[in-house]
Design a protein around this ligand. Structure first.
Ligand code: GLU
Length: 448
């Protein structure tokens, strides 16, 4: 396959050249295209029709000014983004991220990942991502509302339940989704529930959407362990982050008999050897929007490590649930040395390429975000289904659907990895499953 490898290298070189300075996007593309040689070998028609080249070029990229006034009356200017990356399988679908680190390269990496993740779920959704370099930290509710209203005043014209359906991501939760939907409804004169997901169940949202990414990543970990004749019961776990993904990952890990001893935020790490007090974390983070350091004021036997490295805490199962590139090669080595046997990515691209290599060499069961955290967006698709049929499912039924979806994702990734000669490699499995589904739809549509 040397000519195929050369072809892929050329495509990657072109991506770097056409998208200068967007290192996260380059990384996300490399992670996918490096696994596709055996697929092109089996399906020369994908190469002939330049499917990879087309997938690497977003269908549309929208960049806009977001002006708003803070509580002191000062005018603030942020930059908003929405990248509709691929709509072969359905309307653009993917979250919005509000974080100061956001620039086009971050949105493109996330949008690119979303294409494959969404395809892996088997649901009819394309891939997209958006957001702004707005920092919600320390902002009042009124400021967040004004920002969201200004953001939606431009974005609304690009959305629609059959066109593009955003949701949350870092910095965008139920509060922001409420302000965004309110402004959309007002401008368009339409109560179009299916235009955004992650809504509150009080006004059109789906039960389990809030829990879905965290629960899903744990279901995926459970399946990886089961495939090796093991389980989560009695395992010591660490979960990075303390946002929506981390909180509900901790909840499900505890429910399945694991002991979660650490979590974190961007300031530091909480280590509580006898197991984390989840109701306290929810109170601090979801209700009071405080920092995780305050946990140690309540539990004197817990340790707060300012700027500490969570991956230095010994565990058998690690769940990176914070942000991209948070788990590097040195941290991966430490985890392996401390006896880690499974990693399930709750965040998007949290493990660096060096970290992944360490896990692969050590035979750690590694669930990449495209598979392991797909439960969030899959449940968004369930929310769209409920909105379309004006129905609302119970918590139990919705969770059962989520679990079935995760079991399915695990099975198809596992089988596909074996089919392509890399048994147990979920990265290869997820990339190929996602790529083939998108590629086949693109072939059917001709050159568009
Ligand atoms: N932002 C989430 C993700 O990374 C969810 C996207 C959605 O529900 O549309 O998959």
């Amino acid at each position: 396959m040397p000519e195929i490898k050369t072809r892929i290298e050329k495509i990657y070189a072109q991506v770097i050249q056409r998208n200068p300075g967007e290192s996260e996007f380059h990384q996300a593309v490399k992670e996918v295209v490096d696994t596709l040689a055996p697929v092109l070998h089996k399906h020369p028609e994908y190469a002939e029709h330049k499917i990879i080249e087309r997938i690497c070029e977003p269908e549309r990229q929208i960049i806009f000014r977001v002006p708003w006034q803070d509580d002191r009356g000062e005018v603030q200017i942020n930059r908003g983004f929405r990248v509709g990356f691929n709509s072969a399988l359905g309307p653009y679908k993917g979250g919005l991220r509000f974080h100061p680190s956001v620039y086009l390269g971050i949105i493109k990496f996330l949008g690119f990942e979303q294409i494959f993740k969404n395809a892996v779920t088997g649901m009819p959704i394309g891939g997209a991502k958006g957001g702004a370099d707005f920092d919600p930290k320390g902002r009042s509710d009124a400021e967040v509302m004004r920002f969201c209203q200004s953001f939606m005043t431009e974005l609304y014209r690009h959305l629609g339940e059959f066109t593009d359906v955003p949701a949350g991501d870092i910095g965008v939760g139920a509060r922001e989704i409420g302000y965004l939907f309110g402004q959309y409804k007002r401008i368009t004169n339409r109560y179009e529930s299916g235009v955004i997901t992650g809504k509150s169940p009080k006004w059109g949202g789906a039960l389990v959407r809030k829990e879905a990414t965290g629960y899903g990543a744990v279901f995926f970990a459970e399946q990886m362990l089961k495939a090796r004749g093991d389980s989560l019961d009695g395992k010591t776990c660490v979960v990075s982050g303390s946002g929506n993904v981390a909180i509900y990952a901790i909840e499900k890990l505890q429910a399945l008999g694991a002991r979660v001893v650490a979590c974190s935020d961007s300031d530091g790490v909480i280590h509580h050897a006898r197991g984390l007090d989840l109701p306290l974390i929810k109170q601090l983070k979801e209700v009071e929007r405080r920092r995780i350091r305050d946990y140690a004021q309540v539990h004197r036997d817990a340790q707060y490590l300012e700027r500490g490295n969570l991956w230095h805490i010994a565990c058998q199962v690690a769940l990176p649930g914070a942000t991209q590139n948070e788990l590097d090669e040195a941290s991966a080595r430490r985890l392996v040395a401390n006896g880690c046997i499974a990693v399930s990515e709750g965040a998007n691209m949290p493990t660096t390429p060096g970290g992944i290599r360490v896990f692969e060499e050590a035979g750690v069961a590694f669930g990449p975000g495209k598979a392991a955290n797909a439960g969030g967006v899959a449940t968004s698709a369930l929310e769209m289904q409920q909105n379309a049929s004006r129905d609302a499912w119970t918590f139990e039924y919705s969770e059962q659907r989520l679990q079935e979806i995760m079991i399915n994702i695990h099975r198809t990734c596992h089988e596909t990895a074996a089919e392509f000669g890399s048994p147990g490699n979920y990265i290869i499995g997820a990339n190929i499953v996602g790529f083939r589904r998108v590629a086949d739809a693109m072939l059917a549509f001709g050159v568009i």
